[in-house]
Write a protein that binds this ligand. Structure first.
Ligand code: CDP
Length: 243
Protein backbone atom coordinates (compact mmCIF):
# COMPACT_ATOMS: atom_id res chain seq x y z
CA UNK A 1 0.00 0.00 0.00
CA UNK A 2 1.43 3.40 -0.91
CA UNK A 3 1.75 5.90 1.95
CA UNK A 4 -1.10 8.42 2.12
CA UNK A 5 -0.18 12.05 1.30
CA UNK A 6 0.25 14.40 4.28
CA UNK A 7 -2.96 16.16 5.39
CA UNK A 8 -3.17 19.42 3.51
CA UNK A 9 -1.06 18.22 0.60
CA UNK A 10 -2.20 20.14 -2.44
CA UNK A 11 -3.50 23.11 -0.44
CA UNK A 12 -2.34 26.38 -2.04
CA UNK A 13 0.50 28.06 -0.11
CA UNK A 14 -0.72 30.91 2.10
CA UNK A 15 -0.54 34.34 0.51
CA UNK A 16 -0.05 36.04 3.87
CA UNK A 17 2.73 35.72 6.45
CA UNK A 18 2.08 32.93 8.95
CA UNK A 19 3.21 32.70 12.57
CA UNK A 20 2.34 29.27 14.01
CA UNK A 21 2.02 28.96 17.80
CA UNK A 22 1.56 25.42 19.08
CA UNK A 23 1.71 23.81 22.49
CA UNK A 24 -0.20 21.79 25.09
CA UNK A 25 -3.47 22.73 26.83
CA UNK A 26 -3.56 26.10 28.57
CA UNK A 27 0.03 26.95 27.68
CA UNK A 28 -1.10 30.50 26.90
CA UNK A 29 -1.20 30.08 23.13
CA UNK A 30 -4.44 31.95 22.45
CA UNK A 31 -3.87 34.99 24.62
CA UNK A 32 -0.26 35.24 23.40
CA UNK A 33 -1.32 34.81 19.77
CA UNK A 34 -3.95 37.54 20.15
CA UNK A 35 -1.44 39.95 21.65
CA UNK A 36 1.19 39.17 19.00
CA UNK A 37 -1.43 39.68 16.27
CA UNK A 38 -2.40 43.05 17.75
CA UNK A 39 1.26 44.11 17.98
CA UNK A 40 1.96 43.23 14.36
CA UNK A 41 -1.39 44.13 12.79
CA UNK A 42 -2.08 40.49 11.86
CA UNK A 43 -5.27 38.44 12.24
CA UNK A 44 -5.44 35.92 15.09
CA UNK A 45 -6.90 32.52 14.19
CA UNK A 46 -7.59 30.26 17.18
CA UNK A 47 -7.89 26.78 15.68
CA UNK A 48 -8.92 25.32 19.05
CA UNK A 49 -11.95 27.63 19.06
CA UNK A 50 -13.11 25.97 15.83
CA UNK A 51 -12.80 22.48 17.35
CA UNK A 52 -14.69 23.78 20.36
CA UNK A 53 -17.43 25.37 18.22
CA UNK A 54 -17.90 22.13 16.24
CA UNK A 55 -18.13 20.22 19.53
CA UNK A 56 -20.67 22.69 20.94
CA UNK A 57 -22.87 22.40 17.83
CA UNK A 58 -22.89 18.63 18.13
CA UNK A 59 -23.46 18.75 21.91
CA UNK A 60 -26.56 20.91 21.36
CA UNK A 61 -28.13 18.05 19.41
CA UNK A 62 -27.83 15.80 22.48
CA UNK A 63 -27.06 12.11 22.84
CA UNK A 64 -24.11 10.43 24.56
CA UNK A 65 -20.78 11.82 23.31
CA UNK A 66 -19.40 8.31 22.92
CA UNK A 67 -21.95 7.76 20.15
CA UNK A 68 -21.29 10.93 18.15
CA UNK A 69 -20.37 10.07 14.60
CA UNK A 70 -18.05 12.08 12.42
CA UNK A 71 -20.92 12.74 9.97
CA UNK A 72 -23.15 14.08 12.74
CA UNK A 73 -20.38 16.40 14.01
CA UNK A 74 -19.70 17.73 10.51
CA UNK A 75 -23.39 18.26 9.82
CA UNK A 76 -23.79 20.16 13.10
CA UNK A 77 -20.62 22.18 12.45
CA UNK A 78 -22.16 23.67 9.30
CA UNK A 79 -23.84 26.14 11.70
CA UNK A 80 -20.44 27.69 12.48
CA UNK A 81 -19.42 30.89 10.73
CA UNK A 82 -16.53 33.25 11.40
CA UNK A 83 -16.61 36.99 11.86
CA UNK A 84 -13.76 39.43 12.26
CA UNK A 85 -13.81 41.43 15.48
CA UNK A 86 -10.79 43.74 15.26
CA UNK A 87 -7.91 41.30 14.75
CA UNK A 88 -9.79 38.34 16.22
CA UNK A 89 -11.66 35.79 14.16
CA UNK A 90 -14.65 34.84 16.28
CA UNK A 91 -16.61 31.63 15.64
CA UNK A 92 -20.39 32.13 15.71
CA UNK A 93 -23.05 29.44 16.00
CA UNK A 94 -26.15 30.26 13.95
CA UNK A 95 -24.73 33.77 13.66
CA UNK A 96 -24.57 34.25 17.45
CA UNK A 97 -21.43 34.52 19.65
CA UNK A 98 -20.89 31.38 21.72
CA UNK A 99 -17.62 32.14 23.53
CA UNK A 100 -18.85 31.24 27.04
CA UNK A 101 -20.42 28.01 25.85
CA UNK A 102 -17.41 26.81 23.87
CA UNK A 103 -14.99 27.48 26.77
CA UNK A 104 -17.19 25.71 29.37
CA UNK A 105 -16.22 22.38 30.92
CA UNK A 106 -18.87 20.25 29.12
CA UNK A 107 -17.25 21.23 25.82
CA UNK A 108 -13.67 21.10 27.13
CA UNK A 109 -14.24 17.54 28.31
CA UNK A 110 -15.47 16.37 24.87
CA UNK A 111 -13.43 18.43 22.42
CA UNK A 112 -10.45 16.04 22.26
CA UNK A 113 -12.74 13.23 21.08
CA UNK A 114 -14.10 15.42 18.27
CA UNK A 115 -10.59 16.62 17.39
CA UNK A 116 -9.56 13.01 16.67
CA UNK A 117 -11.96 12.87 13.71
CA UNK A 118 -9.96 13.25 10.46
CA UNK A 119 -12.71 15.00 8.51
CA UNK A 120 -13.29 17.43 11.37
CA UNK A 121 -9.57 18.20 11.32
CA UNK A 122 -9.80 18.82 7.57
CA UNK A 123 -12.83 21.09 8.15
CA UNK A 124 -10.91 23.19 10.67
CA UNK A 125 -7.75 23.27 8.58
CA UNK A 126 -9.63 24.43 5.47
CA UNK A 127 -11.02 27.40 7.40
CA UNK A 128 -7.65 28.29 8.88
CA UNK A 129 -5.88 28.06 5.51
CA UNK A 130 -8.59 30.12 3.79
CA UNK A 131 -7.95 32.96 6.26
CA UNK A 132 -4.23 32.89 5.46
CA UNK A 133 -5.12 33.44 1.79
CA UNK A 134 -6.46 36.87 2.69
CA UNK A 135 -4.45 38.05 5.73
CA UNK A 136 -1.15 37.83 7.59
CA UNK A 137 -2.04 35.50 10.45
CA UNK A 138 -1.00 34.29 13.87
CA UNK A 139 -2.53 30.83 14.22
CA UNK A 140 -2.53 28.90 17.48
CA UNK A 141 -3.22 25.22 18.00
CA UNK A 142 -1.49 21.87 18.28
CA UNK A 143 -0.39 20.98 14.75
CA UNK A 144 -0.17 24.34 13.01
CA UNK A 145 3.58 24.21 12.42
CA UNK A 146 3.59 20.53 11.48
CA UNK A 147 0.40 19.85 9.50
CA UNK A 148 -1.50 23.03 8.71
CA UNK A 149 1.42 25.29 7.73
CA UNK A 150 4.57 23.13 7.61
CA UNK A 151 6.34 25.93 5.67
CA UNK A 152 5.42 28.74 8.08
CA UNK A 153 8.39 31.12 8.33
CA UNK A 154 8.03 31.40 12.11
CA UNK A 155 6.97 28.58 14.40
CA UNK A 156 6.76 28.77 18.16
CA UNK A 157 6.13 25.90 20.58
CA UNK A 158 4.96 27.20 23.96
CA UNK A 159 5.31 25.03 27.04
CA UNK A 160 4.89 25.61 30.77
CA UNK A 161 4.85 23.51 33.88
CA UNK A 162 1.38 21.82 34.26
CA UNK A 163 0.77 23.30 37.73
CA UNK A 164 1.50 26.80 36.42
CA UNK A 165 -0.75 26.25 33.39
CA UNK A 166 -3.56 25.10 35.69
CA UNK A 167 -3.04 28.07 38.01
CA UNK A 168 -3.21 30.52 35.10
CA UNK A 169 -6.27 28.91 33.50
CA UNK A 170 -8.19 28.96 36.81
CA UNK A 171 -7.16 32.52 37.65
CA UNK A 172 -8.52 33.57 34.25
CA UNK A 173 -11.75 31.59 34.66
CA UNK A 174 -12.51 32.31 38.32
CA UNK A 175 -11.15 35.88 38.37
CA UNK A 176 -9.67 35.18 41.80
CA UNK A 177 -6.74 33.31 43.29
CA UNK A 178 -7.44 29.56 43.08
CA UNK A 179 -6.75 27.29 46.08
CA UNK A 180 -4.07 24.59 45.93
CA UNK A 181 -6.82 21.92 45.85
CA UNK A 182 -8.46 23.61 42.86
CA UNK A 183 -5.11 23.85 41.07
CA UNK A 184 -4.36 20.19 41.77
CA UNK A 185 -7.72 19.10 40.29
CA UNK A 186 -7.26 21.33 37.22
CA UNK A 187 -3.69 20.03 36.75
CA UNK A 188 -5.07 16.51 36.61
CA UNK A 189 -7.65 17.50 33.98
CA UNK A 190 -5.02 19.31 31.88
CA UNK A 191 -2.59 16.40 31.98
CA UNK A 192 -5.39 14.02 30.91
CA UNK A 193 -6.30 16.32 28.01
CA UNK A 194 -2.61 16.59 27.02
CA UNK A 195 -2.50 12.83 26.84
CA UNK A 196 -5.68 12.62 24.71
CA UNK A 197 -4.26 15.34 22.41
CA UNK A 198 -0.75 13.92 22.30
CA UNK A 199 -0.99 12.53 18.75
CA UNK A 200 -1.52 15.94 17.21
CA UNK A 201 0.49 18.06 19.69
CA UNK A 202 3.84 17.95 17.94
CA UNK A 203 6.71 20.38 18.09
CA UNK A 204 7.96 21.10 14.56
CA UNK A 205 11.70 20.51 14.13
CA UNK A 206 12.19 24.15 13.18
CA UNK A 207 9.98 25.59 15.96
CA UNK A 208 11.41 27.88 18.63
CA UNK A 209 10.66 26.37 22.05
CA UNK A 210 9.63 28.91 24.67
CA UNK A 211 9.07 27.75 28.25
CA UNK A 212 6.79 30.36 29.79
CA UNK A 213 6.72 28.96 33.34
CA UNK A 214 8.80 31.88 34.65
CA UNK A 215 7.94 34.46 32.00
CA UNK A 216 5.29 37.15 32.15
CA UNK A 217 2.92 37.29 29.25
CA UNK A 218 4.47 40.59 28.14
CA UNK A 219 7.90 38.92 28.04
CA UNK A 220 6.74 35.99 25.93
CA UNK A 221 4.90 38.31 23.54
CA UNK A 222 8.00 40.53 23.22
CA UNK A 223 10.14 37.52 22.32
CA UNK A 224 7.77 36.35 19.62
CA UNK A 225 7.31 39.84 18.17
CA UNK A 226 11.11 40.29 18.06
CA UNK A 227 11.48 36.93 16.29
CA UNK A 228 8.73 37.90 13.82
CA UNK A 229 10.43 41.23 13.09
CA UNK A 230 13.74 39.45 12.53
CA UNK A 231 12.13 36.99 10.10
CA UNK A 232 10.23 39.66 8.16
CA UNK A 233 13.18 42.12 7.83
CA UNK A 234 13.78 43.35 4.34
CA UNK A 235 17.27 42.79 2.87
CA UNK A 236 19.43 45.82 3.62
CA UNK A 237 17.40 46.80 6.71
CA UNK A 238 20.05 47.48 9.35
CA UNK A 239 17.80 48.81 12.12
CA UNK A 240 18.36 46.95 15.41
CA UNK A 241 16.09 44.08 16.37
CA UNK A 242 15.14 44.23 20.05
CA UNK A 243 15.23 40.76 21.57
O1 CDP B 1 -6.84 26.70 25.10
P1 CDP B 1 -6.64 25.22 25.30
O2 CDP B 1 -5.20 24.87 25.25
O3 CDP B 1 -7.36 24.70 26.48
O4 CDP B 1 -7.28 24.42 24.11
P2 CDP B 1 -7.73 24.95 22.71
O5 CDP B 1 -6.56 25.54 21.97
O6 CDP B 1 -8.94 25.77 22.87
O7 CDP B 1 -8.09 23.57 21.97
C1 CDP B 1 -9.19 22.79 22.39
C2 CDP B 1 -8.99 21.38 21.89
O8 CDP B 1 -9.02 21.38 20.46
C3 CDP B 1 -7.68 20.70 22.27
O9 CDP B 1 -7.76 20.08 23.53
C4 CDP B 1 -7.50 19.69 21.13
O10 CDP B 1 -8.25 18.54 21.36
C5 CDP B 1 -8.13 20.40 19.95
N1 CDP B 1 -7.18 21.04 19.05
C6 CDP B 1 -6.52 20.24 18.12
O11 CDP B 1 -6.67 19.01 18.14
N2 CDP B 1 -5.72 20.79 17.18
C7 CDP B 1 -5.54 22.12 17.15
N3 CDP B 1 -4.78 22.65 16.19
C8 CDP B 1 -6.18 22.95 18.10
C9 CDP B 1 -6.98 22.37 19.05
Amino acid sequence: MSPSPPAGAGAPPPKGFVIAIDGPAASGKSSTAQWVADSLGYVHVDSGALYRAATACRARKGGPAAEWTEDSVLEAASRVTLRMVGSWLEPLIDGVPAETEIRGSPITSQVSRVAQMPRVRAWVNDRVRATAQDFDVVVDGRDIGTVVFPDAPLKIFLVADPWERARRRLTQQLERRPSDEEIAAETERLVKRDSRDSTQTVQAKDAVLIDTTYLTQAEQVERIVALARAVTRRPGDTSPVDA
